[in-house]
Structures are given as C-alpha cells and as structure tokens.
Design a binder for this molecule. Sequence first.
Ligand SMILES: NC(=O)c1ccc[n+]([C@@H]2O[C@H](COP(=O)([O-])OP(=O)(O)OC[C@H]3O[C@@H](n4cnc5c(N)ncnc54)[C@H](O)[C@@H]3O)[C@@H](O)[C@H]2O)c1
Length: 289
Amino acid sequence: MERVLVVGAGFMGAGIAQVCAQAGYQVNLMDLHKTATDKAVEQIRWSVEKLAAKGLVKDSPEQILARLVPVQDLSSAAQVDWVVEAAWEEEKLKREIFQELDRLAPPETLLATNSSSIPITRLAEFTSRPERMLGLHFFGPVPLMGLVEVIKGDKTSPQVFERGVAFVRSLGKTPVRVQRDIPGFVMNRIFSAALRECVDLVDQGIVSPEDIDVGMRLGYGWNAGPFEIADNAGLDTVARVHRSMQALGANHLAFTSDLIERMVADGRLGRKVGKGFYDYTPEGKRVVR
Ligand SMILES: NC(=O)c1ccc[n+]([C@@H]2O[C@H](COP(=O)([O-])OP(=O)(O)OC[C@H]3O[C@@H](n4cnc5c(N)ncnc54)[C@H](O)[C@@H]3O)[C@@H](O)[C@H]2O)c1
C-alpha cells in the first residue's frame, strides 16, 4: 500500500488527507499545531460518516479513519511515497518545508505542492530533486470537488508528471494537465480575473455580492457564485493568494480594491468563522437575510 504525507491540516490539507485515506492510502496528516490536526480529524470523521450514510465510500468510516495518523513533525517523510504540501500560501514558508522534506525523504519520494499560485520551479530549485517535484492543485471542498490541476515544473520529468496524473485518478478525481509552470497556473488565473472584477463592482456599490452570485449562477451556469467560493476558500487564503500573485508579477490579476484585506482585518474570514461576504450558523449553514 502506498503511503502519503500531507503537510498542513487546514481546509485543503484535511480534505486531501481524507480523499487519500478513502482511496486506500496510508496517510500521515501533519500540522505544527495539534489543535489543527485534532480539528481536521473531527472534520474528516463528520464528512466520511455523511458520505458513508449515502453509500458514497467503499469502506466503513472506521476503516478509513484507521488509515489516517495525525503527526506534528515531518519525520514520517522518511517512509512515504508521496508528499502533498498544503501549508499557508507563503513562498518562504513553502521553500523551507520543501528543503526539510528533501533532506528527510528517500530520493524516490515524490514531492507535490497544492500551492494556488507559486510556480513549482521556484519551490523545486532549493531541493536536490526538481525532476521529482510537481504541482497537484486540488479544489475545495476536496471531498466534493472533482478537479485537480497537475502542474509540470520546468524540470519535472515526464514520468513523474504522468505519475501525478495517475495518482489523481486513483483518488477518483479528474486531472487537468498544466504543461507550463506560470503563476496561478490555469484555473486560479481565470478565477482571480473574475473575482477581481466582482470585488471591484461590489466595493464601488454597484451591486451586492448576493446579486453577483445569483447572476453567475443563472447567467453563466456556475454551480456556486464567486463570493460563495471565496467564503468557502477562506478570505485570509484568498488574500494570501492575491499577495502572492502580486509578488510574482501577475499584476493584471491583482485586486484594485482592498475590500478583501479590510474584511480579513475585521475578522470576516469566511464560512470557517461564521462570517465573510455572508453570515453562517455555527454548523456552517448560510444565514438567509
Ligand atoms: N482554500 C482553498 O480553497 C484552496 C484551494 C486550492 C489551493 N489552496 C492552497 O492550499 C494551501 C492551504 O490552504 P488552506 O485553505 O488549507 O489554508 P488553511 O489556513 O486552512 O490551512 C493551512 C494550514 O497550514 C498550517 N501550517 C502553517 N505552517 C506550517 C508548517 N510549517 N508545517 C505544517 N503546517 C503548517 C497551518 O497551521 C494551517 O493549519 C495554500 O497553499 C492555498 O493557496 C487553497
């Protein structure tokens, strides 16, 4: 059985660990903070039980949870076939994590990042194995979303790229191949361009977030509106991705309004804290005004 280490047990890391455990991988889920791994395990238990009740997972919740081990350091990198990194979107932090992983993991271990914006090549250049690094960009909530972008860094070997595609398929997800490594890859560049415009329109008082979300659902067939997606992703994460895009020179995708930064400063981080563009009950249900 292949083994996976997921680094970062937040919104994305918890979801990635869950779908790996559901697919039969032995998973270590690492975060610096025990509170984060405790919360992640509870979230995964809740989600797996719901999926099991609907007959959407092949093993029992107990079997799936038995494959998941929370850890507080990176030492288990020495025993895994795959690492998927899903810590905060900060280049310096991710570089340090990959340098440490490169030191600890056997040479054959494949290292993937779930970064939303940082080119793989920039993270790989500080390791001894750039040909064995790639991007696996999942979409949240991971247990429900079918897409994963597989991103080829400048030095990713074609074999490793194809192993990434096969790994994504083994999780029951659909891969999209991104053949060249650019800031924000493909899907986030498209979403960021749309969100930049939506945020500007709302901040100028031209339209409400609700009306934009309704408009994108009914007018363009989106399953969720941009503000619903942003609230689910976490506005602190949206702000980090935006800062990262700017630092990487993708200025045409950057917000011209500082509305999201103001909301983050005000503690409106989205669904996870009960308030963002919308308000939520403690169970995460949207409060309809
Ligand atoms: N939120 C989304 O919808 C989304 C979608 C695709 C990709 N991403 C990307 O996934 C990554 C994680 O985003 P998220 O939304 O899960 O963020 P999050 O804030 O929910 O979780 C990040 C976690 O990383 C942990 N962390 C920080 N430093 C660490 C370290 N040195 N070692 C281990 N863990 C560490 C934090 O404690 C936190 O639990 C980011 O790169 C983000 O851009 C996010």
